[in-house]
Design a protein around this ligand. Structure first.
Ligand SMILES: [Zn+2]
Length: 329
């Protein structure tokens, strides 16, 4: 069976204008600037930030997948943070994308979009929501522990991870630094915190290969690479590494033995450019110049990753994981 080329890390954003219940907020000038830059980068008019974002964003995304060399993209729901005693903290969140919306979109575009749910394991209905997503055959769960206030070492979450392992649901977890979304506790981005989940038998993809985002972020990528030896169920994605602030992570994950665990991802709609990889000496300037001409972000990220030296297997590895997921029960 031919394996599909999949982008494992694609964000949905919406404004609720189609009844999706999605929302986003751009509280500071810097965030407003980032939001506008992303919308422009997607080729959407800035007026979509005022209304109609749901539909235009989703349709544009499905079209970009179709027009790229990729076969499909994993599209991500986004839960909100919860306090340690299980109270929702929407004011500490910047965007929300409900599981039902993602599942519906994936049903509407079955060839292009693969759904990933997002459930804070500390919310009072976490187990019920997990069962609902298993029932809906959602193969992946996405979490941003540092922004959602999730300490993976909290033993109260063990039944949640065990159930994920039992059914073979894949965890895509943010690791490393973060600049785009408000951070609740930066130490929750440490990949070593994943040990408990990995011990439960969950297949985990460490997003961004635990790399640094800000100038003073700790560098956890080598810790992550050490963990590969102990955990055959641990992978990492190369998402957002074609950005100037994250490109320095590339050198750690390009060696062949490390690439065995790398999965292709873009972090769409985060802007994609060859400048960072070129400055880090991982991309020829001619390649940067050529690839820059593509105005499809997904395709540009795909072409850059190929030119940087990511092997063909990194583009199809997600499909291998998906074929094993949700098949256990
Ligand atoms: Zn992301």
């Amino acid at each position: 069976m031919r394996l599909r080329k999949i982008d494992c890390h694609v964000h949905l954003v919406g404004d609720g204008s189609s009844g999706s219940a999605c929302w986003f907020s751009l509280p500071t000038l810097y965030k407003k600037f980032l939001g506008r830059m992303m919308i422009r980068g997607l080729g959407l008019p800035l007026s979509t930030l005022k209304s109609g974002l749901d539909k235009q964003y989703a349709e544009n995304l499905a079209q970009q997948v179709r027009e790229s060399d990729l076969d499909a993209a994993v599209v991500l729901a986004q839960d909100i943070p919860y306090s340690d005693d299980g109270r929702p903290m929407p004011n500490d969140a910047q965007f929300y994308v409900p599981n039902d919306y993602v599942a519906d979109l994936a049903k509407k575009h079955p060839a292009e979009l693969i759904p990933a749910c997002s459930i804070h394991p500390g919310r009072p209905d976490a187990m019920e929501e997990l069962e609902r997503c298993i029932e809906a055959k959602t193969p992946v769960l996405k979490l941003l522990p540092n922004c959602l206030n999730i300490d993976y070492e909290d033993d109260r979450f063990l039944p949640f991870w065990r159930r994920m392992a039992e059914v073979g649901m894949v965890l895509l977890s943010h690791t490393g630094g973060e600049l785009t979304v408000k951070v609740y506790d930066a130490s929750f981005g440490d990949p070593k915190k994943l040990a408990k989940i990995l011990d439960c038998g969950v297949t985990v993809i460490a997003a961004h290969s635990a790399g640094r985002s800000g100038l003073f972020d700790p560098d956890w990528t080598e810790d992550l690479i050490q963990m590969f030896k102990h955990y055959p169920n641990l992978y990492a994605d190369n998402s957002a590494l074609c950005s100037p602030n994250r490109a320095r992570t590339l050198k750690h994950i390009l060696p062949t033995e490390v690439q065995q665990r790398i999965i292709h991802g873009s972090d769409y709609p985060v802007p994609v450019s060859g400048i960072g990889p070129w400055l880090c000496g991982k991309l020829a300037f001619a390649d940067h110049w050529q690839i820059k001409k593509s105005n499809n972000i997904l395709q540009r990220d795909y072409l850059l990753k190929k030119a940087i030296g990511f092997e063909p297997d990194t583009f199809t590895r997600m499909d291998q994981l998906l074929q094993r997921s949700l098949t256990k029960k």
